[in-house]
Design a protein around this ligand. Structure first.
Ligand SMILES: *Cc1c(COP(=O)(O)O)cnc(C)c1O
Length: 364
């Protein structure tokens, strides 16, 4: 038998999360964010569940081209636009929309000769201070590009830095509103946190990422509270059991010493699979549906868990590292990171399977 570790991708859950986006932001155009190989889920793997969105957003040009090669015909937005003018021919040829966040990109568009003009999202820096043009430059850029044969349509866009915090929206929204004054183009503001707070954020085009995959963008509201379903379940099995005596140590550096005699289970999953190496003693894992805790350091290919609370567990018992029954956000919090990082980090050696199990199926 093959090593039992695999990531199961539930396309029914992804469809349900798309429906949730539409419920939160009714009547908007939805660009599903699928950068980083659909947050580690596999871009081509998730595509069949994204029939109901208006387009996809990502930043890897090769992946965008691959989508066209797979006959994906809806809109595709490059979230960082282009880096060199020589990319513009492919971008135009493949009908890709671009973010323009820098004056160098404006100059490249002005001098380009393209077969087909582009849909351009002008990205405005409203306080995140990563990408984006200054609010007071926006009108001049629109003016310049409206004389440019390379541009077919304008959108106005910004990215929220603190949409998960109660007081995290007002300043950026005010800056954005002022920057867009007098410019009547569709606006795109909301990431997942902004979609969930759509009544405050607004806009005509939304760009949800993490919520589609069933994880939460918030520190305090869980995915379940938001009505989201986990798309990826990372599954494995117990491959060995050890009986510890008092003071027996576990793993490299003896990162755990038993205060009492108990059993531990050894699970096929380690940091070379993308499991966070810094997950400390106490990080939750499901064994036979019971929540147990990591003891000892995460190693390259294995983790070890205290089996006291899963007395029925033995070699071959089913394990969930995260997903159905154990939110990725809970594991991430224990490891001082966010669900985004864990999902994106699943390593190439992990096998993937696809299911379509609906929530209703899970309840019966
Ligand atoms: C990644 C990204 C998103 C999606 O963010 P989530 O928090 O995953 O919803 C939206 N917009 C831009 C510009 C991004 O880079």
């Amino acid at each position: 038998m093959a090593r039992p570790l695999h990531a199961e991708v539930n396309l029914a859950a992804l469809r349900a999360n798309v429906a949730k986006v539409k419920e939160c932001a009714p009547g908007t155009q939805v660009f599903a964010v699928v950068k980083a190989n659909a947050y580690g889920h596999g871009l081509m793997r998730v595509l069949p569940a994204l029939n109901d969105v208006d387009g996809l957003a990502l930043l890897e040009l090769d992946a965008a081209v691959a989508l066209r090669d797979e006959r994906y015909s809806r809109r595709i937005l490059l979230l960082e636009g282009f880096f060199e003018s020589k990319e513009l021919a492919v971008i135009s040829g493949k009908r890709l929309a671009v973010v323009v966040h820098h004056l160098d990109q404006v100059r490249m568009l002005e001098t380009a000769h393209l077969a087909r003009p582009l849909e351009v999202f002008i990205k405005i820096n409203t306080g995140m201070n990563r990408l984006g043009v200054l609010p007071h430059d926006v009108a001049a850029i629109v003016e310049r590009l409206s004389h440019c044969d390379s541009v077919a349509a304008f959108r106005l866009m910004t990215h929220l830095a603190r949409a998960e915090e109660d007081d995290g929206l007002a300043d950026q929204l005010a800056f954005f509103k002022r920057a867009c004054e007098g410019l009547h183009y569709p606006r795109s503001i909301a990431n997942s946190a902004g979609v969930i707070r759509f009544r405050e954020v607004g806009g005509e085009i939304v760009r949800p990422g993490i919520m589609l995959y069933g994880a939460t963008p918030f520190a305090h509201d869980s995915a379940a509270m938001l009505g989201l379903e986990p798309v990826m379940t990372l599954r494995s099995q117990i491959i060995a059991v050890q009986d510890l005596e008092v003071n027996d140590a576990v793993g490299y550096g003896a990162g755990y010493a038993a205060a009492r005699a108990h059993r531990i289970g050894v699970i096929a999953c380690g940091y070379a699979d993308g499991y966070p190496r810094h997950a400390p003693n106490g990080t939750p894992v499901l064994v036979c549906g019971r929540k147990v805790r990591i003891v000892g350091r995460v190693s390259m290919d294995m983790i070890t868990v205290d089996l006291t609370d899963a007395p029925q567990a033995s070699v071959g018992s089913p394990v969930v590292l995260w997903g159905t029954g154990l939110p990725v956000d809970e594991v991430a919090a224990a490891a001082s990171t966010v669900g985004y990082e864990l999902l994106c980090a699943v390593a190439p050696r992990v096998a993937f399977t696809v299911t379509t199990v609906t929530k209703v199926d899970l309840e019966v």
